[in-house]
Design a protein around this ligand. Sequence first.
Ligand SMILES: Cc1cc2nc3c(=O)[nH]c(=O)nc-3n(C[C@H](O)[C@H](O)[C@H](O)COP(=O)(O)O)c2cc1C
Length: 185
Amino acid sequence: MEALDALINRVSCPRLEGPAPTAEQLELMLKAAVRAPDHGALRPWRFIVTQGEGLVQLGKLYATAAKADDPDLAPARYEKYCNMPLRAPMVITVVAVTREHPKVPVSEQLISAGCAAHSITQTAHALGLGAMWRTGEMAYHPQVEQGLGLAEGETIVGYIYLGQRCRDREAPRLGLDEFVTHWEG
Ligand SMILES: Cc1cc2nc3c(=O)[nH]c(=O)nc-3n(C[C@H](O)[C@H](O)[C@H](O)COP(=O)(O)O)c2cc1C
C-alpha cells in the first residue's frame, strides 16, 4: 500500500480474527513504532507483545483487578473481563517510559509513546491487517500495571489489538475547514 493511502485511509477494526500477525509483520510494526518523533532521543516507550496463552492470562489479570475493586462482581462480569483481550489474536501493550528531564516534559514523552502506538496502527493498516487502539479502566488499574511489570514512571498509553480484519471499513471523510485556520499575524 502506498504510504499516503495508508496515512489518509487508516481505520480502526473493532472486530479482529486470527491468525495473529506474523513475526515479520510484528517486526515491521515495531520498527515503525521506534521511529516515532522523540524529543531528546529518550526512547520513552516499550512494547509488551501478548498472544496465545498470554491473552488468557491478561484477561485473568483484568478480571482479578475488577474483582479486587468489587468483591461482589457478578460471574458474568468476571467472564467479560476475562474475554476482553481475546477480542484479537495479538495485543501489543504500549508503555510510556517517562522520567523527569530538564528539557523534555513528561507530557512530551507521553506524546512520543502515543505516536509510537499510532505508528503500530498505521503499519498494521498498510500491511492489510486490522488494528484497534483500546484503553479503558484496565489501562489505568494499579493491579494490572503491577501484573504487567510496570515500574515507576511507566504508563500504559494503549493496548493495540491486532489481527485480520473481519470486514473493511471506509475512512470517514472529514472536512478540514472545521479544524484548520491559517494565521498571518
Ligand atoms: C488513547 C486512545 C484510547 C482509546 N480507547 C478506546 C477504547 O477503550 N475503546 C474504544 O472503543 N475505542 C478507543 N479508542 C478509539 C479507537 O481506537 C478508534 O480510534 C475509534 O473507534 C475511531 O475509529 P477510527 O480510528 O477508525 O476513526 C481509543 C483511541 C485512543 C487514541
